[in-house]
Unconditional design. Structure first.
Lengths: 511, 329
């Protein structure tokens, strides 16, 4: 029954200088559940996109039943029987359940007309097979459906379209326990029918329960591929994070100063009841999974998101809600995760990008003063070792690392007390990384700044931080002193609390 | 190491520096303009280069120039204002009525500017706080302002007999018509504002990427409202110029595709559809191209219907080229 369906050979994908996936050789067998695990950014999503034909590999190949295939677009991968069930199901809300399941493959009468009766009959049969007949009706509109039902529609779509390999990307993140149980039944049924399954999840308990085989990705490389028999959650965690801490990180200061930033019980649309404080000279790390609310917390503190409750204080002075200008004036800087979408003006030059937050320093009488701007920025950019042909060059001419240095230059040009860095080294090569690490430490130690670093990379988080907070579901779930923080402990805190249900249970016990 | 080009900028004179200074885009506009001049010069050299005809072209584009420049500001901020033609019509009526009532030129000016500014404020508030798409809002107000102009004037032309006011449209300084001087003043004012002032540069940030602008502490709603008010005031200035030239306030004024030409000139001048890009000099060159094209087509007796065809094609071509350039870069 378990025959080879798909094999990747040396699959590699670069994005510019960044290696997202390196030399993956992996088998996927029919009638088997292969669990794919790894930290955020380990390459799981890249792997899925390569299999689904969203973009081609830089090197390496994909074979289906021994024959090499090349997908120019997802449609071709679908035709070959490959389907990915995404975290956010792609459902058209204004269409019926039946139309959504049969999208792209609607039964016709003649060449032109839709065969409604066949469509509804086929859908009813499919719902029956999946045990959903009592819950969904073929003619129902999808607008009001919950996440589990949407996901089920996507699974049925994949199955009816002849899916021979179905990959589930974090399928249970928005499901209740009961819905998860039903999903598992369906996955086991598909497996029994000889469908090849790839299952991606952060919830290790699900993996030990469901998987036949476990493949572990780390930093874009396949570090292990082993049978699931007798595997433990501890072993998987160790494989996921188990790399030595590099010596890229500068020494930390022993002492920190007074409290600069106080966040008292803030709640926004995305985060709930978060409190923290930050001292001068301190690096506070915030860890957690993607979607845990870390970036949203930063935006709540900075005033990008409006606060519904709680206070943010700098040196004891409260900041108004939803007012980024006030945050900047009070001395907060924020370098967001997505540089291209949230930090840089891509049509403008390095100099223009660098002076964006300090108009008062680069103007006289309301008019821009180029000489003042050059004087201010050239000094800082030299200190940052910015590699650019000229400050008048377009920002897009720079590498990712140098673009990030421009963002940092922008904030160093203003009089900072607190700097919030969201994934400061994402997409940045190793050399520039260690420069940024040195810079962060330099800011805290010599200028007395308080720095908050949000990072999904555990070595970076632990290597930089004096203290680490772990978030999940928009709340702070754990706090570690630098001496107690280990990759396993941080990961465990992030995962254990990784769902609303889990946290509700924990709160019931009394956290 | 960071190299500084600030120093090299003051160095020797080279062709490369000149191109960089003017900009590739403006050079291609100049080439197109010269091309048109050559074509019409060859076809109707007898009339085309006469002082009278050149002044004709200048008079023809003075109002368009004012509108194209303020339209550039709106587009840079990430918006669009297609109600400007109607605001021109409305303000000619308001100006004429004010002068008829008081016989004071100053009151006429004030009426045009205030009414234009109020019209722009309505646009700005609806777009910013009503969160309605700018094209839809100004398409709606285009009809509304025109309707108000007809209601106020009862559909009639209102004559203006005040000579001081008429001078704005017919007078001359140093041999050049007053409307051209107004265009020069507006162009210089906007050039300094858009390219040199902090507030003006912030519009490029807002249009370039609103999230980045907000994360840099800019209060985007007030900037957005303000640019539509400015656009309304400039349309009011256009209305004043038109009323002074024709000696009347007419509800139909500015309905002959003035907004189309202004938007065309702005995009010809290098504006990007989504905002964040565009220059005053580019808009002026776009205006010059449209002015020469209009005049040349009349001189060479191109039928009116075909002139409309040419103008519509030019707008689409201008936006196509702007987007094409953006995608390529």
């Amino acid at each position: 029954m378990r025959t080879l369906f798909l094999r990747t050979r040396g699959l590699t994908r670069h994005f510019g200088p960044v290696r997202a996936l390196t030399d993956i050789t992996l088998d996927v067998r029919s009638g088997e559940v292969l669990a794919l695990v790894g930290e955020n950014g380990a390459g799981k999503s890249t792997m899925m996109r390569l299999l689904e034909g969203v973009f081609p590999p830089s090197r390496g190949s994909i074979e289906i039943e021994g024959r090499e295939v090349r997908f120019a677009q997802p449609r071709e991968a679908h035709a070959a029987g490959i389907r990915v069930i995404h975290q956010e199901p792609e459902i058209v809300p204004d269409l019926t359940v039946a139309e959504n399941i049969f999208t792209g493959d609607l039964p016709r009468r003649g060449r032109v007309f839709l065969d409604w009766s066949k469509l509804y009959a086929d859908t009813a049969a499919l719902l029956e097979t999946f045990g959903m007949a009592g819950e969904l009706r073929p003619r129902q509109l999808c607008a009001g459906l919950g996440p589990a039902q949407r996901q089920m529609i996507e699974i049925m779509r994949a199955v009816q379209a002849g899916g021979r390999m179905i990959a589930f990307d974090e399928p249970t993140s928005s499901l209740t326990d009961e819905e998860t149980g039903r999903l598992f039944d369906i996955i086991r049924k598909l497996r029994a029918e000889g469908v090849a399954i790839i299952y991606i999840s952060h919830r290790l308990a699900e993996i030990t329960e469901l998987a036949d085989r476990v493949a572990v990705l780390r930093d874009g490389e396949l570090v292990d591929d082993l049978p699931a028999d007798g595997i433990t959650e501890q072993k998987i965690t160790r494989l996921m994070v188990g790399r030595p801490l590099s010596d890229m990180f500068p020494d930390r200061a022993a002492a920190t100063g007074d409290v600069v930033l106080e966040v008292e019980n803030i709640t926004t649309e995305h985060v709930t009841d978060v409190s923290l404080n930050l001292r001068a000279g301190e690096v506070l790390g915030i860890g957690g999974l993607i979607g845990a609310g870390r970036s949203e917390l930063a935006k709540g503190i900075f005033g990008f998101h409006r606060r519904r409750a709680g206070r943010v204080l700098i040196h004891g002075v409260e900041l108004p809600s939803g007012d980024t200008a006030a945050a900047i004036a009070a001395g907060i800087g924020f370098a967001p995760e997505d540089r291209k979408e949230e930090a840089l003006l891509l049509m403008q030059t390095i100099l223009e990008n660098a002076v964006l937050c300090v108009p008062q320093k680069v103007s006289s009488g309301g008019f821009f003063s180029r000489s003042k701007a050059l004087e201010l920025i050239s000094g800082i950019s030299k200190q940052m070792r910015l590699k650019a042909s000229s400050l008048d060059a377009p920002i897009t001419s720079l590498s990712g690392g140098n673009q990030q240095k421009v963002v940092l230059t922008r904030w160093l040009a203003s009089d900072l007390k607190v700097l919030i860095l969201d994934e400061p080294t994402r997409g940045i090569d190793v050399g520039a990384r260690s420069e940024i690490y040195d810079l962060i430490r330099n800011l805290t130690d010599t200028q007395g700044l308080g720095v908050i670093v949000i990072s999904s990379e555990l070595p970076e988080l632990l290597g930089l931080s004096d203290r680490v907070l772990v978030m999940a579901d928009g709340r702070i779930r754990a706090e570690f002193d630098r001496n107690d923080a280990s990759e396993e402990a941080v990961m465990a805190a992030a995962i254990t609390h990784g769902s609303a249900e889990a946290s509700a249970q924990l709160e019931g016990v009394g956290q | 190491m960071t190299e500084q080009t600030a120093d090299s900028g003051h160095g020797g004179f080279s062709m490369h520096r000149v191109t960089e200074r003017i900009g590739i885009h403006n050079i291609s506009l100049l080439v197109a303009l010269v091309g048109l001049l050559v074509i019409f010069g060859v076809l109707r050299g007898d009339v085309f280069f006469s002082t009278r005809n050149l002044l004709n072209i200048g008079m023809g584009v003075a109002i368009l120039g004012v509108l194209a420049i303020s339209q550039t500001g709106v587009i840079v901020s990430g918006g669009l204002d297609i109600s400007v033609g109607s605001i021109v019509g409305l303000t000619t009526v308001a100006t004429a009525m004010a002068i008829q009532a008081t016989d004071m030129a100053g009151v006429g000016l004030l009426a045009g500017i205030v009414v234009g500014g109020l019209a722009g404020l309505v646009n700005g508030l609806l777009i910013t706080y009503g969160r309605i798409n700018a094209v839809i809002v100004t398409l709606g107000t285009m009809a509304i302002f025109r309707g108000i102009a007809f209601i106020l004037s009862n559909g009639q032309s209102i004559s203006i007999f005040n000579d001081a006011f008429r001078w704005i449209g017919t007078g001359r300084i140093l041999g050049l018509p007053a409307p051209l001087w107004i265009l020069v003043a507006v162009a210089i004012g906007f050039y300094v504002f858009m390219h040199k002032s902090i507030v003006g540069r912030n519009y490029y940030a807002i249009g370039g990427n609103a999230i980045v602008a907000r994360l840099s502490g800019l209060n985007i709603p007030s900037y957005r409202v303000a640019i539509y008010v400015v656009s309304g005031i400039m349309a009011g200035v256009g209305g004043i110029m038109l009323a002074a030239r024709t000696g009347s306030g007419q509800p139909i004024s500015g309905s002959d595709g003035l907004e189309l030409e202004a938007i065309t000139a702005a995009f010809l001048g290098g504006c990007a559809m989504q905002g964040g890009r565009g220059t005053v000099v580019g808009a002026l060159l776009g205006v010059a191209i449209i002015g020469v094209l209009n005049n040349g087509m009349i001189l060479t007796a191109v039928p009116t219907f075909y002139q409309m065809l040419a103008k519509g094609t030019l707008l689409i071509l201008a936006v196509f080229l702007a987007e094409y350039r953006l995608n390529k870069s």
